[in-house]
Every structure is written in C-alpha cells, then in structure tokens.
Design a protein around this ligand. Structure first.
Ligand SMILES: NCc1[nH]cc(CCC(=O)O)c1CC(=O)O
Length: 318
C-alpha cells in the first residue's frame, strides 16, 4: 500500500485531529501518500436540533463507516466520544494515545464577570450529561441548549446568547484555542463534572480485514484503549446511548485500572455514583477493562440507575 485515504468529518476539529494522526503516520512511513476525504454526516447537516432529539447513536460516524465498508476510504479518524459503543460490524477500532485533557471547561463571555452559581445565569450546552450535572451543581442557573461546532458555539457565546458555555477541553486544545481563551476558561475537575466515556481520545477505524492492520498497530495505545474501553463498557452495559446522562472516567494508577462513573436524572436531583478498580495486567487489558465497566454498571443498576434511564427514555420518545 502506498496511498492511504482517510475519511473524516469536515469540521475544523475533525481535520485538526486527523492532522495529528497523519503526522504520526508520516513519522513512521515517510513514503506513504496520505489524502483526506472529508465526509458530511447527518450530525453536520442537522445543526440546530438538540442531539438528544435527533436520537440514535452514531450521527457523526454512520456515513464515514459506510465509506469505509465501501472501500471509498481506508481509515477513519473520529472523536472516540462520538463512536457508538456497539462493535461496528466488519470494522475494527484502535485508540491512539496520548489522550488529551478529559475535562469539560466553562468558557465565559468576555463581558460576563459573574459566577455560574448566581441566580438566572445562562449556561449553554448541547449534552444531556452536562445539562443534568450542571443542574445539580448550579441549581439557580438556566441551562440552555447550544449546538454547532466549537467556533459556532463560541460565536453564540460572544453574541450574548449565553453567559457561560461548557465545552470539552480537548476540543479547544486541539484547535489551539485554549491559550487565547485562558483568562476566560475554568477547567471543571472530573469530581465536579464527570466527562463522557471516551472524551479526549481519538478513534481509528478500519476494515477488520484491512491490509493496513500491521501498519497502524503501532499507533494503538493499550492503556488509553483500556481506560476508554472500561468507560464505554459501563455505558454499553446500561444500554445507554451516547446522548443519555451517563458519565465515566477511567485511569491507570498504582498498578490498577480505576473507573468512576455516574448516571444522573435530567433534573440533576438523583445521581447514582459508582467507583472501583481492578489490578492492571497489560496482556489482559481488554478483558479487565470490560470486566470493570460491567461490574460498575451492575452496581449502578443495583442502586437505581435503571429507573433513571427508563424515565429519560420515556421522556425522549414523547
Ligand atoms: N460532538 C461533540 C464533540 N465530540 C468531540 C468533541 C471534543 C473532543 C473530545 O471530547 O474528545 C466535541 C465537542 C465538545 O464536546 O465540546
């Protein structure tokens, strides 16, 4: 193979992410010709509807997976967060490292000097996970829907539609925006606002029988893959799609793989929090990650997570 076609969304963030993957590939394979094929997804076309209402997983990836299966592209680069947790048929997912900052950040409008805790403050976000956790943290705030890519969201903030917005730190960093915004950013510790499963990580997708497999294998990061697999196994075991208020963060420390996760009601009033760890053995990483995610999901179910999820399901089908 001497020419590689990479499929990706056409957003600035998706292209920036793809460039980091290309840079790594060119380091390894100087001679390889790499071209980008931008692909418009359903999520790019429907830009105003809240994601939870569009429904269905994979609104940012389905068309790209189709191009992969059809052989139009050889490799896809996604934000792992956007990838459904069900294993994609005929495709294989790798997780390159390093993982970017997993946290969410609050960005304030230039002329807003108040605090998120004050009554009536308007906070914009598009995700149910952030909405529910923000309601719990700042019960006096108004949490308002906000969609669009990162630039659009920042523009809507400056236009005065919101006092504060919440974004993924990873997106701002990859776009090179965090320095310019530094005096208006507040990183939210994961103990305060738990991120989405897979947040801050990229995913590489290819056909399971692809001849690229050995070429790409060195890009896979076993530790980042295990951590994100544990987070995704938690969500998958709950039967939760990526637009439900489920949050999870896993990390390696002291020879153990740790996972902290939660399920929260939309009004932020009921939260089921779970935390646990398993001893880390790199050679058994996939099994350990799945085991940890499933174990904590079972604990969450035993503590009432099912009822919360059923309620949200019922509300969103109306
Ligand atoms: N579809 C939203 C999306 N998907 C991935 C990122 C950021 C990068 C990441 O979280 O890894 C974002 C933007 C955001 O949440 O602010």
């Amino acid at each position: 193979m001497n020419r590689l076609v990479i499929g990706t969304r056409a957003s600035k963030l998706a292209l920036a992410q793809t460039q980091t993957v290309i840079a790594r590939l060119q380091q390894l394979y100087r001679e390889l010709e790499i071209v980008i094929e931008p692909i418009h997804t359903h999520g790019d076309r429907v830009t105003e509807t809240p994601l939870a209402r569009i429904g269905g997983d994979g609104i940012f990836v389905t068309e790209i997976e189709r191009a992969l299966r059809a052989g139009v592209v050889d490799l896809a680069v996604h934000s792992l967060k956007d990838l459904p947790t069900a294993p994609p048929e005929g495709l294989l997912v790798m997780v390159p490292g390093p993982r970017e900052d997993v946290r969410d950040v609050l960005v304030r409008r230039r002329d807003f000097l108040g605090s998120p805790a004050e009554p009536g403050v308007r906070i914009g976000t598009c995700s149910l996970r952030r909405t529910a956790q923000l309601r719990a943290l700042y019960p006096q705030a108004q949490i308002l829907p906000l969609r669009g890519n990162v630039d659009t969201r920042l523009r809507k903030l400056e236009a005065g539609d919101y006092d504060l917005i919440v974004l993924a730190a990873a997106g701002l960093r990859r776009l090179g925006l965090s320095e310019g915004l530094a005096d208006r950013l507040e990183c939210l510790p994961v103990e305060m606002l738990l991120p989405a499963p897979g947040q801050g990580a990229l995913a590489l997708e290819l056909r399971a029988d692809s001849e690229l497999l050995p070429l790409l294998a060195p890009l896979n990061d076993v530790e980042v893959q295990a951590a994100t697999s544990a987070e995704r196994a938690f969500m998958r075991h709950l039967g939760a799609g990526c637009y439900l208020p489920v949050a999870a963060h896993a990390w390696l420390a002291d020879g153990r793989l740790h996972l902290r996760a939660l399920v929260i009601s939309l009004d932020g009033r009921r939260v089921v929090r779970v935390q646990g760890s398993v001893a880390w053995h790199a050679e058994q990483a996939p099994r350990l990650a799945a085991q940890l995610g499933v174990m904590l999901a079972e604990q969450a179910l035993a503590q009432g997570a099912e009822e919360i999820i059923a309620e949200i399901r019922a509300a969103s089908t109306v």
